[in-house]
Design a protein around this ligand. Structure first.
Ligand code: GUN
Length: 289
């Protein structure tokens, strides 16, 4: 059996086109500020792609760069300025931040209504409470792919591998809200193979290349691979792979997301969606004022 490939690029294009249409109908241009501290090469690529995608949806997007030795005070001062800027609807601080910077303190400084990453404890708490919230982009995008592949996963035996604040924990909340039966595991889970073999939906965000083997997967299961790992390609270069042994998994799974081309493009599309949502909220606020 060959798994159906879930084409994240095509679905992301659809979402981005819809955001662009909705932006065109707004009375003012939404604004997105992207903050990059230091020069982590992967973060530079992510930030460039985010700014480029925002601009192509006619979102006014500005990249703010601070040096790797910027102080916490400098970062907080920039965030305070962006919080007060009426042209900025969304603020994103690319993670990880350099060593010595308290990431939670920085995230908490962002106006929760401009928190398009959904990382602020206000939004984290609202999501956990089942209230409307800004939902983190990667989990939101992964849920769209799950809906596309199998519909609402109500009652579906689901294994979430990875419990980060950015992906695993919020995604488990979204799956629970949809009625899925969710087991949380991570890279240190001792009997991971056994857990995987019980799941009809396997979602992996552990950051370990090839962690999930094809032989562990239940025939016909849906596999959502959120890992983005750079590994040597054996020819002196490198390539990007996920957390799932892809070729093996394709032989067994019912549907699977490729890496690259699966969840990655959805993260960016959902950032644009969240920026549009933040802009609408601000418009509602200023009308009410
Ligand atoms: N680093 C890795 N993923 C993300 C993300 O979704 N948002 C931000 N701000 N930083 C990240």
């Amino acid at each position: 059996m060959a798994a159906r490939i879930i084409d994240g690029r095509a679905i992301a294009r659809r979402v981005q086109a819809q955001v662009a249409d909705e932006v065109a109908a707004l009375p003012r241009i939404p604004g997105l500020a992207v903050v990059l501290v230091g020069n982590d090469p992967a973060s530079e690529v992510y930030v460039r792609n985010k700014v480029r995608a925002a601009r192509s949806a006619q979102i006014y997007s500005v990249e703010h760069r601070l040096p790797a030795n910027a102080s916490e005070q400098q970062i907080l001062a920039l965030i305070r300025r962006l919080n007060g800027d009426p042209h900025v609807d969304g603020i994103l601080v690319q993670l990880p931040l350099p060593p010595g910077i308290d990431a939670l303190k920085v995230i908490e400084a962002i106006d929760s209504l401009k928190d398009v990453d959904g990382f602020h404890p206000y939004n984290v708490g609202r999501l956990a409470a089942g209230a409307p919230a800004m939902v983190p982009c990667t989990p939101l995008g992964a849920m769209m792919l799950i809906h596309e592949a199998i519909g609402v996963p109500q009652g579906v035996e689901t294994l979430m591998i990875g419990c980060s604040n950015i992906v695993g924990k919020p995604l488990a909340q979204l799956l629970l809200a949809d009625g899925a039966t969710v087991t949380m595991a991570h890279k240190l889970t001792s009997n991971l193979a056994e857990h995987v073999s019980r799941a009809d939906l396997v979602v992996c965000a552990a950051g370990v290349p090839g962690l999930v083997r094809g032989a562990w997967i239940r025939p016909g299961a849906t596999v959502i691979d959120i890992g983005i790992n750079r590994v040597a390609d054996g020819q002196g270069g490198s390539r990007i792979v996920g957390d799932v042994a892809y070729e093996e998994a394709c032989e067994v799974a019912g549907a699977i997301t490729p890496v690259p081309g699966g969840v990655g493009p959805m993260t960016i599309a959902c950032l644009l969606k969240n920026t549009l949502q933040a802009c609408r909220q601000h418009a509602g606020q200023s009308e009410a004022a």
